[in-house]
Design a protein around this ligand. Sequence first.
Ligand code: IVH
Length: 679
Amino acid sequence: MTDGPAARAAALRAELRQHDYRYYVLNDPSVPDAEYDRLMRALRALEAAHPELITPDSPTQRVAGAPSEAFGEVVHRIPMLSLDNAFSAEDVAAFDRRIHERLGVEGELDYVAEPKLDGLAISVIYRDGALEQAATRGDGVTGEDVTANVRTVRRVPHRLSGRAPSLLEARGEVFMPLKGFERMNARARERGEKVFVNPRNAAAGSLRQLDPAITAARPLDAFFYGLGVLEGEPLPDGQARLLERLRALGLPVSPDVRRVRGVAGCLEYYRDIGALRGALPYQIDGVVYKVNSRADQERLGFVSRAPRWAIAHKFPAEEAVTVVRGIEFNVGRTGALTPIARLEPVFVGGVTVSNVTLHNIDEVHHKDVRVGDTVIVRRAGDVIPELVSVVLEKRPMNPRRPSEPASPEVQLPASCPVCGSRVLRAEGEAVARCTGGFTCRAQRQEALRHFASRRALDIEGLGDKVVEQLVEHELVRSPADLYALTTEQLAGLERMGEKSAANLVAAIGASRETTLPRLLYGLGIPDVGEATALALARHFGTLEALMAADEAQIQQVEDVGPVVAAEVAAFFASKDHRNVIKVLRDKGVRWPDMPKAPGEAATGTLAGKTFVLTGTLATMTREEAAEALAARGAKVAGSVSKKTSYVVAGSEAGSKLARARELGVRVLDEDELRALLRG
Ligand code: IVH
């Protein structure tokens, strides 16, 4: 940017005002909070460097949120302030250090740690125990009178319990629990009404209704965490006692508040609540630490708009704003073309995100994502990142025809971006596929990766980089070619030494002994996952029987519908695929026949025997052992009875082993199991 600081400050202020308006007045923000915070921080930094630029009406100088004229005004007896933010452990340590310095004390301080509820701050006044007035924060000095609406929030009592003070102004947060939010939005969607972007906006929109009957129908809740005024009884000596007192008066207080000591205690709470976050019934965006002692709070006082004795420690933002640099199509194992948005890298949900899947072309059109767009990206917990929406106000327009976007709508390519084969999209289907099949490099690569994956043939050391090179140098065209690879060929690949080449050849060799379900899954038949592969194997028993079956026969298999049956039949009808299977066999890949599904007599060396597995095995997982036993006709049961033939006990075997001894059931160790499996 070449603009001077004055112009930049003006631009930031204009943008922040626009966001304030959409947020506070319309309850309909166009950007996530994190983006708003970022703009605010940028403006603050600019003003700190150029104090002459500060204007009295700068958004940094006040608590945003002009009260709406539709409601009566309430002037708060004591301003409702905001909190400073900490974004890291260092920030928290600095906060604690500042407090020590100001108070001139040493040793660990007592804090109260609370969830930072993501709702709307309110003040509620009780006179002689009766609810008299409720108000929003507004701009911190003047709020809106929302008494009639707050009366409809079930958990806010109209009368306090027990001996009430003559005057109490309690402060807290009105919010919408997640379940209620989802239900309400689902209903709105059904009726084609506007949905709320998040629970906080839903809470704000619900509380600021002119008709309290509408508020009453919304699932609102509240927690209280602070005090405005208290008359007629002594002030509690700290935050912990205050919360106890509020609770005793019948006001809802979060059950997740905790007393902690020092920075370490604060950070431990932050981690604990962070781990709980996804399971909490309400949305939080961080935690708040408050110095417990009221005397200390009073000595620390306030600075501009926030107390010095409290700080909000925010979780990494789950939403962020970035720009779409490009939209590309990835080709998967079954040829499916997946649109991927390449993003200007952005830090969100604790990681840097530079790509996000758009799933299919319908989704791209539905969200109307275009190259150059500013978009909101979300990553919550470990969930894969998603593109939430486009910020249309920021879409670049065509300089010559300003009513037209600069970028055209994204189109499905007519030919595969990898191999150039035609792209087809079946009627009524969301996915478009490259028709190149195994001639398409991308599909070969994905097919190999899948074949070698852990739940398929489980070839250790055949990573993405190796697969890419094998396909690129045409060393491997189909999975069967893997079994002809030599150490010399592999050692010639990039970043592959003699030793790892030899290891890989050994791993490929070891994968020769496999099972029918693994093989079926590994072949990568469209729509055949692990469960379907197992069902097919159980039903047909042998690969020959499956290959000889027609669609109608395949549909006899449990949970297999016409679509999957057609895919399976088409797969084995292909000459290429039949050939791959033949070569696999010729190269020594072996899979024992499967026992028939229950109802048909099982065959195999262990047919008729029932096994129970317990404890930890050293050389295989219990699932692997169960699979190997099933492949030989044995039944694997979950509990020991008189009918159990054998209990296989690994280390740390517990009650099942005891039960086997009690009933006199034969107990095998791992070596004995292996011997049995060898037949
Ligand atoms: S104390 C003077 N405690 O966060 C102290 N605020 O970012 C002011 N908030 O305006 C607030 N949970 O709306 C406090 N446990 C909590 C809170 C909390 C959510 C909100 C509140 C406040 C905003 C500041």
